[in-house]
Structures are given as structure tokens and as C-alpha cells.
Design a binder for this molecule. Structure first.
Ligand code: NDP
Length: 333
């Protein structure tokens, strides 16, 4: 008889989504050429929505959520991986379309994996996780647009969140002057953000109002995780020739802006997505994280490890804006 292992499984019952920890065997797992003993996953915004059944994150049920995972290869039919290899997976719609990381065993496609970067263990890889990986893609996007530490201040929105925290820490370590935008009433996060390297703080009622098409120029660039009126205001405040890397929509999917920042200030808006990111850029992002995210910052960003049984409690806290930084999910059998 096959050995059993634990997984958090979402099942649809009528119009409700139920989650429970179930005992599965490898025969229950989907197709794939690599079987991974998962050690850690992480709790991201999308995972919280999937587990709580909000938004349209999950495409098929039953689903094992968890948009990332790190662990050790147990069996492989791929020439690129062998038993014992340490691997990381982020993106490719796992936890949405394909079973994800909240399971002690995962069967996945080898071309979704990257080798665990030298200098990282599986816990640190998931402390970074999809959010941190995306933050680095955003930093690389600003660099692609020619923005350098001497260019001027960079604004990070949703700064105390998972993506924002890593973006603040990486930018400040690279020598950028970093300003952090936090939601109204979140001023208590400023000390945390200052410890990660932010030097300027932005918040205020104007950030939930419709901006004028152009506001006073303040930022060489920005990393936006919020969208909506926040993104519209960021665009109106970016300097001539600046760039905004937008990866998130924690506030809204709307973009109530005008063409003025693009025409009169030559501002560029570049979208960043971790899901379909090509492998060479994926590997480059992980190497940059090893090099440019100081370990002491990562420890500050990751308060601790939660268990599979704690996921739903923290998922509702994350959606209520009560989680700061990153949450690692300990999955190891
Ligand atoms: P978190 O929940 O950890 O952080 C979101 C942050 O945004 C919180 O600090 C929250 O503040 C802040 N926020 C929300 N609404 C507002 C607002 N109106 N004004 C100012 N701040 C606001 O989420 P993540 O950092 O993990 O993810 C952020 C976004 O990025 C999500 O939309 C997520 O889906 C997306 N994302 C996209 C990826 C991609 O590949 N494109 C990959 C990873 C994430 P508070 O807590 O005070 O409400």
C-alpha cells in the first residue's frame, strides 16, 4: 500500500469552498515527471484568496493551493533532475490551475522547476517566495528602464506587504533612496520599513482621492503593488522619463489615469508577472536575490513559520491587512 502524506485540499460544495487537511497517497497526485518532497511553501495574497474562496483564483477543484514550493526531488523521469536535487517552484499557475505547494508530496512538470540557488536553503527560498521573487523582477524592470541609484527616490506602494517589504530591502541595499507608501492607519509599520532601509514615508488621504492628471514630480521610479487610484497618483508624480513597475492590484484592478503622464512626462508603465516569466529571467531573479537581499533583512521580513493547519487563520488575517512581511508554511513530512 502507498504511504500517505498530508495536503491541504480545497473542495467546492455548491457555491462554497471548503478547506481541510487530508491524507493522500502519491496515486492521488496529478501527472508530472518529477515527484518532490515539499519542505516549505509560503502564504501569498493569491493563496489567501484561494483558501478563503474569494476572487476567482482557483480554476478547478479539488485543488491543493500554494503558489510556490521548495523541496527535494524524490523521483524524476526528467533528464534535468535526479533524486536528491534541491528545487524551487514559483508560478506556472500552480495553486490555481495545477496542484500547488501545501502538500508534503507534489508531482510537477520539470520545466516549472529551477535548481535551488546556491546560497539559499529551502526555508529561505520560501521566505522570499513568489512575493520576493516578484519584487526582484520589479527591481530588474526599473533597471531595464535605465533607472539607477543616482536617478532619484523610488516609491514602493503596499510597502509593508510581502512584495513591498522585499522591494524596499533590495532597493535600499542597492543604494537607492526608498520611499514607502503605506495604507491609512498603518503608520505603525514605519519603524519596520525603516529597519529595512526606507528613509521617506508617504501616506495621507490624497492617496485615496482621484489625482490630477499631473502632480508635482517626486519619484525617479516606483514599484506598485496596489493599483487603482494609488497607481494613478504614482504615475502623475513620476519624474520625466521615469518608470513604474506594476505587479499588483491589492487595492483595485482599475486604473483611473489619463494619457498625460505618458505623453508629457514620457513615463513608462511596465507590467511584471511572475507566473509566465521565462526561465533565464527566473534564474537571474533568484541569483540577484541571493546577492542583493541581505539575510538580516529577510529575517526581519519573515516573522516565523506557520503550519498547514494555521494556513486558513493567517489567510484571513492577510486579507484583512493584519500581516506584515512574509509567511513561510512548513510542510515537511
Ligand atoms: P500583501 O497583502 O502582503 O500586501 C499588500 C499591501 O498593499 C498591504 O501592505 C496593504 O496594506 C497594501 N494596500 C492595499 N490596499 C491599499 C491601498 N488602497 N493603499 C495603500 N496600500 C494598500 O500582498 P503581497 O505583497 O503578497 O501582494 C501584493 C499584490 O501583488 C497583490 O495584488 C498580489 O496578487 C500581487 N502579486 C502579483 C504577482 C505577479 O506575479 N504579478 C506576484 C505576487 C503578488 P494594508 O495591509 O495596510 O491594507
Amino acid at each position: 500500500m502507498s504511504e500517505t502524506f498530508k495536503a491541504l485540499v480545497l473542495r467546492q460544495e455548491g457555491d462554497k469552498v471548503r478547506h481541510a487537511i487530508e491524507q493522500l497517497t502519491v496515486n492521488d497526485l496529478p501527472e508530472g515527471d518529477v515527484l518532490v518532497a515539499v519542505e516549505y511553501s509560503s502564504l501569498n495574497y493569491k493563496d489567501a484568496m484561494a483558501v478563503m474562496g474569494t476572487g476567482k483564483i482557483v480554476r478547478e477543484y479539488p485543488m491543493v493551493p500554494g503558489i510556490d514550493l521548495a523541496g527535494t526531488v524524490l523521483e524524476s523521469k526528467s533528464p534535468f533532475y535526479k533524486s536528491g536535487d534541491r528545487v524551487v517552484l514559483t508560478g506556472w499557475s500552480v495553486g490555481e490551475r495545477y496542484w500547488g505547494g501545501y502538500t508534503q508530496r507534489a508531482r510537477v512538470k520539470s520545466n516549472w522547476l529551477v535548481p535551488l540557488p546556491e546560497g539559499l536553503d529551502t526555508r529561505r527560498a520560501m521566505a522570499i517566495g513568489t512575493a520576493g521573487f516578484t519584487a526582484m523582477l520589479c527591481v530588474m524592470t526599473l533597471e531595464d528602464a535605465g533607472i539607477k541609484p543616482g536617478s532619484g527616490a523610488i516609491l514602493v506602494t503596499g510597502a509593508a506587504g510581502g512584495v513591498g517589504s522585499v522591494a524596499v530591502a533590495v532597493l535600499s541595499n542597492l543604494g537607492y533612496r526608498v520611499a514607502a507608501l503605506t495604507a491609512p492607519g498603518q503608520e505603525h509599520t514605519h519603524k519596520y520599513l525603516q529597519d529595512l532601509g526606507a528613509t521617506d514615508f508617504v501616506s495621507g488621504p490624497e492617496w485615496s482621492e482621484q489625482p490630477r492628471p499631473l502632480e508635482t514630480q517626486r519619484w525617479a521610479g516606483a514599484i506598485d503593488t496596489v493599483g487603482g487610484k494609488v497607481l494613478a497618483r504614482v504615475l502623475a508624480e513620476v519624474n520625466y522619463g521615469g518608470c513604474v513597475a506594476n505587479c499588483g492590484l491589492a487595492g483595485s484592478t482599475d486604473l483611473p489615469t489619463t494619457v498625460m503622464p505618458f505623453i508629457l512626462r514620457a513615463v513608462s508603465l511596465r507590467g511584471v508577472d511572475s507566473v509566465m516569466c521565462p526561465i533565464p529571467r527566473r534564474k537571474a531573479s533568484w541569483s540577484r536575490l541571493v546577492r542583493d537581499l541581505p539575510s538580516e533583512s529577510l529575517e526581519k521580513i519573515t516573522p516565523g513559520i506557520i503550519s498547514l493547519g494555521d494556513v486558513s487563520k493567517y489567510a484571513s488575517e492577510l486579507l484583512a491587512g493584519k500581516v506584515r512581511g512574509r509567511l513561510v508554511v512548513g510542510v515537511r513530512a
